[in-house]
Write a protein that binds this ligand. Structure first.
Ligand SMILES: Nc1ncnc2c1ncn2[C@@H]1O[C@H](COP(=O)(O)OP(=O)(O)OP(=O)(O)O)[C@@H](O)[C@H]1O
Length: 572
């Protein structure tokens, strides 16, 4: 037998009896060849390493039968899928395989070889932030019933902390001792992850803090990031947090004059979608449905939003012009206190047009919606487009001046799940390297006294008036949180942070051979898993049939009609 092979007795969760088995530790997966029955029929099951979230070698002799007391047990904990769609949240479950080795040395050699091959999670320190109020208040239950039980077997060092008030996660991330934490993982919606990013990037040592990996176990109502990463299943999200694989994440910074900068990992919107998103807070009790309800109401009571939006060509690298250099304040040590802004000077004046190569996007100055997106999903239930990648250093902007109700309704009605919302000719899109937004009206939308008209001509459009379309400044929505409606510069900071992803995650255009190999291993394993399930399924069908017939016989003996019984049982 080769050094990576082991003879054991193996059993899977839910099985009463162990079978003789040969374990093979491969490059990406553990294969279990089980022999059954007197004719030694063999079945094969696979456990990809990327699905293993922990193992234990219990000393508890109670789990070992009397005759095997001198032997050694290793239990492997992993996530199994019952189908090849690894993004389907109901396809994943956590389970175990238990192996009984002849000698403790064999068990030790197995765990050591598996560790060397990367089968088990590497030791890390995780700070878990749980928002007890996120979504419909289910985060605590998810943390207690899924996340902590999985972490318990992972060998990772875990600290858990509940957020106690709005924006508490900003304070926690801004103060956490980075010598003690490798990853910050939130059990919440996108809002708390947004706060963690803002806390980390507000630190004087932000350049170190940005390397602290961040992760999410979805427990909110939007869950756009989790949906984009294919980790809507809390089992898979926790697995990703435990295994520690990361992907680069572009970050947007949003700067306004005399206000602290805001960082975003997901989206910025203005117009119908922003208003609907923020207004949906009133229907939080509806869960994810709140976005549909608020969106529909906003479509019926459509508004137009006035302003000018300037964009910079994508990946614009040219050195600043002399004028720009004059306008850019000299580099001071305080500049190093946050990620560099190349165009901060554009905030200084409300009147000056930004110089070339900045250009005004057409169809202005009236919009019905404007959306900047960093991820394919706008929410768990809205798959916007797969053309976006969150690590390509490019900003994708969608905008529309459409005000016809049915035109806006169509993509939201028919294309929410298929990634084709952008193909309905409702929105125009462009790639850019920076955005400057000058709203026609500034201020906090909930406080009319603060509104200032930048240009009175932008305020009321004759066509909007004739169509009876409402006009208000509109909310600026960043990652689902409201920010003041004011002149805003949005810049991109490519690959600034690292986000925890499953090892098999890659964008379809990525040349990521390791992730692809992991993906093949997991999909291959689902096939063997399906075989195991269908065998169990076959057994349970036979068992059910036997039980129904036995019951029918019993009823017939007791004077009831077995035909009536069978008809009602089988819904004939
Ligand atoms: N203990 C708390 N009490 C009140 N608010 C809190 C508390 N902890 C966090 N928050 C706030 O809850 C808000 C929403 O959190 P979260 O993002 O987890 O859920 P969500 O909004 O339902 O999900 P999503 O952002 O995905 O739509 C955040 O703005 C956060 O500041």
């Amino acid at each position: 037998m080769s050094p990576n092979q082991f003879q054991v007795k193996a059993s899977f969760a839910g099985q009463q009896r162990a079978s003789n088995a040969r374990l093979s530790l491969g490059t990406h997966e553990l294969t279990i060849h089980t022999s059954k029955g007197s004719d030694n029929n063999t079945t094969t099951a696979q456990v990809p390493y990327s699905c293993i979230y922990g193992y234990e070698a219990p000393n508890d002799k109670a789990v070992i039968a009397e005759q095997d007391r001198n032997k050694a047990v290793v239990v492997v904990h992993y996530v199994a899928f019952n189908g090849p769609n690894l993004r389907n949240p109901s396809a994943a479950k956590r389970t175990t395989a238990q192996f009984l080795f002849e000698r403790t040395e064999d068990a030790d050699r197995f765990t050591q070889t598996a560790r060397d091959l990367g089968a088990f999670p590497k030791p890390r320190r995780i700070l878990l932030l749980v928002n007890p109020n996120g979504g419909v208040g289910k985060a605590k239950r998810i943390s207690d019933t899924v996340v902590k039980p999985m972490l318990q077997h992972s060998g990772l060092t875990v600290k858990e902390q509940y957020t106690e008030y709005g924006r508490h996660a900003v304070d926690i991330a801004a103060k956490v001792d980075l010598d003690e934490v490798d990853s910050l993982v939130v059990v919440s919606g996108d809002g708390v992850l947004h706060e963690v990013i803002n806390g980390l990037l507000s630190r004087p040592d932000w350049d170190r803090a940005r390397n602290t990996s961040i992760g999410i176990v979805p427990a909110g109502s939007g869950n756009a990031i989790a949906a984009s990463l294919g980790i809507v299943s809390q089992f898979v999200a926790t697995l990703a947090a435990i295994r520690g694989e990361t992907s680069k994440l572009d970050i947007f910074s949003l700067s306004q004059l005399n206000r602290p900068r805001i960082y975003s990992m997901l989206s910025f919107s203005w117009g119908m979608m922003a208003d609907a998103d923020i207004e949906s807070d009133n229907y939080r009790w509806l869960g994810p449905l709140r976005f549909d309800v608020a969106g529909f109401i906003r479509m019926i009571r459509l508004r137009r939003y006035s302003g000018k939006v300037y964009v910079l060509p994508p990946k614009y690298e040219q050195t600043p012009s002399t004028t720009e250099q004059q306008l850019t304040p000299p580099q001071s040590p305080s500049h190093k206190r946050e990620p560099e802004s190349r165009f901060q000077h554009l905030l200084d004046s409300n009147t000056k047009e930004p110089p070339k190569p900045w250009s005004l996007i057409p169809n202005m100055p009236f919009y019905s919606m404007l959306l900047l997106l960093n991820c394919p999903n706008v929410g768990e239930t809205i798959f916007f487009t797969n053309t976006i990648r969150f690590n390509d250093g490019i900003m994708r902007l969608w905008y529309s001046a459409e005000t016809r109700f049915w035109k806006i309704l169509m993509p939201f009605l028919f294309d929410q799940q298929n990634g084709k919302m952008v193909e309905r000719d409702l929105m125009k899109d462009l790639e850019c390297g920076g955005i400057l937004i000058v709203p026609g009206v500034e201020g906090k939308p909930d406080d009319p006294s603060t509104h200032t008209a930048i240009d009175p001509n932008w305020i009321i459009s004759p066509s909007a008036k004739s169509q009876g379309i409402y006009q208000k400044p509109g909310l600026f929505d960043v990652d689902g949180e409201v920010m003041p409606t004011a002149r805003t510069l949005i810049e991109i900071h490519p690959s600034l942070m690292n986000i925890l992803v499953p090892e098999w995650w890659y964008h379809k255009d990525d040349d990521n051979t390791t992730a692809r190999a992991h993906e093949s291993a997991v999909i291959q394993a689902t096939k063997t898993q399906q075989k195991v399930c269908s065998t169990f399924g076959g057994v349970s069908v036979v068992a059910t049939a036997v039980a129904v017939v036995a019951a029918a016989v019993f009823l017939s003996v007791n004077g009831h009609s077995p035909v009536d019984f069978l008809q009602s049982t089988l819904h004939l």
